[in-house]
Design a protein around this ligand. Structure first.
Ligand code: NAP
Length: 279
């Protein structure tokens, strides 16, 4: 039997609708500031995508595009002033900064209640300790697919990735939703045996076509986080053609997790106001 294909578009549309309704009730849209430093092409495209998405949701996005020669002091001053500005609800620093700057040092100046990327040590520490926080968008998007797939609590979930942007925060979200996460990585042994015994596989290995039939069974649901460019085409980490006829459910690439990730940033923005200390 062919797998159920879970498209990201319908999930993203329903979250977007919820955001629009909430803004209508509140009577005032939140404000997001996005900072980009330098000329990195990928960063420029993420930057434009956020502005477009904000526009689509009726949310004002202040775009700060800083030149490559921006000093650490200048970048810090801008982040600090946005952090102190009561009119700004969320701040994002695009990840790709020029070599003379440290993304980690700069991003960690963002207070946790404005950290809509969930990227700071404060946000990640709060996520780990179960305190209210904004979690990173990609793991949040994966959790939306878990909900859509109606995966029962307690289910075993293999996560092929141990990075701070995907696997580690995702394992915390899985635990807090009562799933049983198993983190796998390039040094893990008997991966196929482990993944075949799990109900869900979240694959984010960063290798196109990595997940082949030997990793799955007919009761597996696959959530494909991979975004790879192959021959001018965007592909995931699952070999969709060979796996889809076997598994229970699968997400496509493009049009799967990536389509929901950008919306989760704005979902975080809606939650940001409520997180502010004293609220
Ligand atoms: P990364 O830094 O390259 O990490 C890849 C992870 O997969 C590492 O933990 C690595 O293990 C593990 N891995 C690699 N090869 C493996 C193998 N043969 N067996 C088992 N584990 C293996 O990549 P990333 O930045 O986390 O991103 C992963 C993928 O997700 C990329 O395709 C990226 O484009 C995509 N992504 C998508 C979104 C989205 O919104 N959809 C967001 C972020 C990233 P080690 O730690 O041992 O090296």
């Amino acid at each position: 039997m062919a797998a159920i294909v879970y498209e990201g578009r319908s999930i993203s549309d329903s979250i977007a609708e919820k955001i629009r309704r909430e803004i209508a009730v509140q009577g005032q849209a939140p404000r997001l500031s996005v900072i980009r430093i330098g000329k990195d092409a990928a960063s420029a495209s993420y930057f434009r995508a956020k502005i477009r998405k904000g526009h689509d949701l009726g949310i004002e996005v202040d775009a700060h595009s800083l030149p490559p020669e921006t000093s650490a002091k200048e970048a810090s001053d801008i982040i600090d002033s946005l952090a102190a500005d009561p009119e700004v609800d969320g701040i994002i620093l695009e990840n790709e900064v020029p070599e003379h700057l440290s993304y980690v040092e700069l991003a960690n100046r963002i207070p946790y209640w404005k950290d809509v990327d969930g990227a700071t040590y404060a946000s990640l520490g709060r996520l780990m300790s179960g305190a209210p926080c904004l979690a990173p968008a990609t793991p949040l998007a994966v959790m939306e697919f878990m909900r859509a797939m109606q995966v029962p609590q307690g289910s075993a979930v293999a996560i092929i990735n141990r990075t701070i942007t995907v696997g580690k925060p995702l394992s915390m979200l899985m635990l807090s939703s009562n799933y049983t996460p198993l983190i796998l990585h390039s040094r893990s042994l008997k991966i196929h045996e482990i993944t075949r015994s799990c109900d869900v596989i979240v694959v984010a290995a960063g290798h196109p076509g990595f997940l082949t039939p030997e990793y799955v069974s007919e009761r597996t649901s696959v959530i494909d986080v991979g975004i790879n460019s192959r021959g001018g085409q965007i592909t995931g980490d699952a070999d969709f053609e060979s796996i889809a006829p076997i598994v229970r459910a699968i997400t496509p690439v493009p049009g799967g997790v990536g389509a929901v990730t950008s919306t989760m940033v704005f979902s975080n923005l809606m939650a940001a106001r409520k997180l502010k200390p004293g609220k």
